[in-house]
Design a protein around this ligand. Structure first.
Ligand code: SAM
Length: 234
C-alpha cells in the first residue's frame, strides 16, 4: 500500500498520513523484530512525510529509502528503527548524529533523548532540516554544517553517536568523543555495501557487534571516503 485515501465532507479526498504511519509500524517494523516501545511510539508520532519533498509525500511511508535531493537519501523506515533501537536510548542522553540529511532521524532521536547534535556537510540540506526542526517545535536539536568525520569537539563527549552514511571505518575523532559507557552505531564497509556495527566503550575498551547488512550513501570527509558521491540507496 503506498497511500490511503480518505473522504471527508469538509476536506474532500485526502491522504491519511496518520493511518499510513500506523500501518508502517505494524507491517514493516514490528514483524521484523523492532520491540522497543519507545522507538515504535516515536516512529508512530514523527510525521515522516514532512521530511521529504511534497511530490514524494505519498511515498514517505513506503518500505524504502527516498531521494531528498543533492544525491542524498532519507533512509528506509526499518533502517531508522533498527539503528535507533540499537542506541538503547532511555531519555537522558546527549546524542551526536553524523549526516542530518532530511532531518527525520534527528527528529526521532530528539523524541527519545535529551539533546541531539547533528552535523551535515551539505549546507542546503542542513538549512532545510533546521527550518523543519523549528516548524515542528524541536528545541533540543542543534545543527551545524561541516565534516562530521571530525565530530563536534566543543560539545563532546556524547553518550551516543550515530553515523547515517556508509563509512570505510569508524572515524577516530568519533571514538574519542564517545563517553565512557557510550554506544556508537555506524554502517561500515566498502563504498556500495556495509554492515551495521554497534560499538560499546567500556573501561576505555571497545567491543564490536555486527548487525544487519545495509547500503548507505558514502560518508565523505577527512576520516571517510574522498571525493563525490555515487548514487546509493539508504
Ligand atoms: N539521517 C538522514 C535522514 O534522516 O534523512 C539520512 C542521511 S543520508 C543517508 C546521509 C547524509 O550524510 C547525507 O545527507 C550526506 O550529505 C551526509 N554526509 C556524508 N558525509 C558526511 C560528513 N562527513 N559529515 C556530515 N554529513 C555527511
Amino acid at each position: 500500500m503506498s497511500f490511503l485515501l480518505v473522504w471527508d465532507d469538509k476536506k474532500g479526498v485526502f491522504v491519511d498520513f496518520d493511518a499510513l504511519r500506523e500501518y508502517m509500524v505494524r507491517t514493516q517494523l514490528i514483524p521484523r523484530g523492532i520491540k522497543d516501545e519507545r522507538v515504535l511510539s516515536a516512529m508512530k508520532k514523527v510525521p515522516r512525510h514532512l521530511f521529504v519533498n511534497e511530490s514524494m509525500q505519498h511515498r514517505a511511508y513506503d518500505d524504502m529509502a527516498l531521494s531528498i535531493g543533492e544525491g542524498q537519501t532519507i533512509s528506509q523506515p526499518y533502517m531508522v528503527a533498527v539503528m535507533t533501537e540499537l542506541l538503547e536510548l532511555k531519555g537522558n542522553e546527549k546524542v551526536l548524529e553524523i549526516g542530518t540529511g532530511s532531518g527525520y532521524q534527528g527528529a526521532i532521536l530528539a523524541e527519545l533523548s535529551k539533546e541531539v547534535y547533528t552535523v551535515e556537510r551539505i549546507a542546503s540540506l542542513a538549512k532545510r532540516s533546521e527550518d523543519k526542526f523549528a516548524s515542528l517545535g524541536y528545541m533540543n536539536i542543534y545543527i551545524k554544517v561541516g565534516d562530521g568525520t571530525l565530530g563536534w569537539q566543543e560539545e563532546s563527549p556524547f553518550d551516543r553517536i550515530i553515523i547515517t552514511a556508509g563509512a570505510p571505518k569508524i572515524p577516530d575523532p568519533l571514538i574519542e568523543q564517545l563517553s565512557e559507557g557510550g554506544i556508537l552505531i555506524a554502517p561500515v564497509g566498502d563504498r556500495f555495501s556495509q554492515i551495521l556495527l554497534k560499538i560499546n566503550k567500556t573501561a576505555g575498551k571497545l567491543s564490536e557487534e555486527h548487525h544487519t547488512p545495509c547500503v548507505f550513501v558514502p560518508l565523505i570527509g577527512t576520516h571517510g571516503w574522498k571525493g563525490e558521491d555515487p548514487a546509493s540507496s539508504q
